[in-house]
Ligand binder design. Structure first.
Ligand SMILES: Cc1cc2nc3c(=O)[nH]c(=O)nc-3n(C[C@H](O)[C@H](O)[C@H](O)COP(=O)(O)O)c2cc1C
Length: 161
């Protein structure tokens, strides 16, 4: 990664695990950190169903214009083998990313990472962006700190880009 390269880590987190991952990653990369915020209180049953159905839920205005950004990293929890409806809403709103690289990291209890990554990948490729790499972390490793190695490896790959 060029020294002057501007990267942005965009994340959603309900319980804080993805936030921990995204914050540590942004620090490793010297990247801007942006949080996706729901526009209204999260009623988890309804939102889980919307994740399952691949739907969107309203979010507050979130930096979605990628002009001036060289690489985008999406960090999301795995919900129902997919991603939260807030992440779907963000991905749908992204603009100015044509031809730009992106990376995906998902955080989970233990299963569904590949299908969740595939959702993000498809949504951004539809916007003309170029998928480069992905990684996943597991809740218990995020809690214990054992995710550091995975994260360093992921960050090293992004830096090499
Ligand atoms: C609605 C919902 C659905 C979930 N579905 C999955 C799943 O399919 N696979 C999995 O491994 N974990 C699943 N989880 C667990 C979360 O991915 C895990 O707890 C993660 O650490 C949450 O990130 P957060 O703390 O940033 O919100 C689900 C959690 C919620 C709330």
């Amino acid at each position: 990664m060029r020294i002057d390269m501007a990267s942005r880590v965009v994340y959603y987190s309900w319980k804080g695990h993805t936030e921990k991952v995204a914050t540590a990653l942004a620090k490793l990369l010297g990247a801007e950190l942006v949080r996706i915020e729901p526009d209204r209180e999260c009623r988890i049953g309804r939102e889980a169903m919307k994740a399952f159905l691949g739907m969107k839920s309203p979010i507050r205005p979130t930096k979605n214009d990628l002009s001036g950004i060289d690489a985008l990293i999406i960090a999301s929890p795995v919900w129902a083998g997919k991603v939260p409806p807030y992440v779907n809403a963000y991905l749908d709103s992204v603009r100015g990313g044509t031809g730009k690289p992106f990376h995906v990291i998902v955080e989970m209890g233990g299963r569904g990472d590949q299908s969740a990554i595939a959702r993000v990948r498809k949504a951004l490729e539809r916007k003309g962006m170029e998928f480069v790499s992905s990684a996943s972390t597991i809740e218990k490793d995020v809690e214990s700190g054992a995710f550091a190695g995975t994260l360093e490896q992921f960050a090293a790959g992004i830096r090499k880009q």
